[in-house]
Design a protein around this ligand. Structure first.
Ligand code: NAP
Ligand code: MN
Length: 265
């Protein structure tokens, strides 16, 4: 990072945020960074805010694999934020003293009806938008695995495993495992309808296909991280771990499992 110093600051432009950002900008300029407003010129993309700001920053900048992402929080530390605006000196000290490392995080690639893909850092979720249950055929590498009937399904990355996935009792997955986890939201299980009933983990070699059974419930809500896709109709959703990964700057002594402990235990 030190010799590639063009930094793009991604934040919600409100008067309150400017109060956090102004001193940080001054600090960065004093320390040899160039604040750029053209994304094309950026080597580093810093999100300022919480985890949701980081999710927005990766999405709005197109999940660049030639940039380094940094999550800077305005409050406490989160899952994607290893630094805070209040401790900019600490951040620079860590960078200059090799207390930081670059981690590659797996992201999920979602293609709907063979269209160009969307990427997700946390998860892709698919839910019915009506009160009736909806039905999805679940295929693993084209093998018909199960037929799901219920509210919906979540496919999460390892770093997303602590978010929505965890709320439906999915497992927390080490981000060093490039994998995706498939979790159910309120599946109907009886003598007629049967699904595995537990979450399962797929390797990065697999493709998961969700086919929305077209029985009038064919307008599901498809969420990619914290955004809903504005797609009116979806039949076939292909999901896999992308070959692309994002690079994130983190503190060495702030491992994923320390974050999990800090947030949940
Ligand atoms: P939000 O509704 O404000 O956030 C939900 C919470 O999830 C916030 O506390 C957020 O942290 C946290 N979070 C985000 N990513 C996380 C991660 N990887 N690990 C642990 N916690 C995480 O919406 P948002 O902040 O834009 O976050 C979007 C995420 O919310 C979605 O990607 C989805 O995972 C999650 N979500 C959860 C449920 C549920 O649990 N029932 C339902 C819908 C969506 P910050 O406060 O730092 O933003
Ligand atoms: Mn939030």
């Amino acid at each position: 990072m030190p010799h590639r110093k063009n930094i793009y600051l991604f934040y919600k432009q409100t008067p309150e945020m400017e109060q956090h950002v102004q001193p940080l900008q001054t600090f960065l300029k004093e320390n040899g960074f160039h604040i750029v407003t053209d994304l094309e010129q950026a080597h580093i993309i810093a999100s300022i805010g919480g985890d949701n700001a980081f999710l927005q920053a990766t999405r709005k900048t197109g999940f660049r694999d030639d940039c380094l992402y940094i999550g800077i929080s305005t409050e406490g530390l989160g899952f994607y934020t290893d630094f805070t605006t209040k401790e900019a000196e600490h951040m620079l000290h860590a960078v200059n003293n090799e207390q930081v490392e670059v981690r590659r995080y797996p992201i999920i690639e979602v293609s709907i009806d063979e269209e160009p893909p969307f990427y997700c850092l946390n998860e892709c979720s698919i839910r019915s938008n009506v009160i009736k249950t909806f039905v999805i055929d679940v295929l693993i590498d084209d093998f018909p695995f199960e037929t799901f009937r219920g509210d919906g399904m979540i496919v999460s990355t390892p770093t997303g495993s602590t978010a929505y996935n965890k709320s439906v009792r999915g497992a927390v997955v080490d981000p060093l495992l490039p994998s995706m986890q498939v979790s159910e939201i309120a599946s109907l299980n009886n003598n007629e309808y049967r699904t595995l009933g537990t979450s399962f983990l797929l390797s990065s070699q697999r493709t998961l296909t969700l086919k929305v059974v077209q029985d009038g419930n064919d307008h599901p809500i498809i969420g990619v991280d914290n955004e809903a896709l504005s797609i009116r109709h979806a039949e076939k959703v292909d999901i896999k771990i992308s070959e692309r990964q994002i690079k994130v700057l983190k503190l060495k002594h702030n491992s994923f499992w320390q974050k999990v402990q800090r947030k949940f235990l």
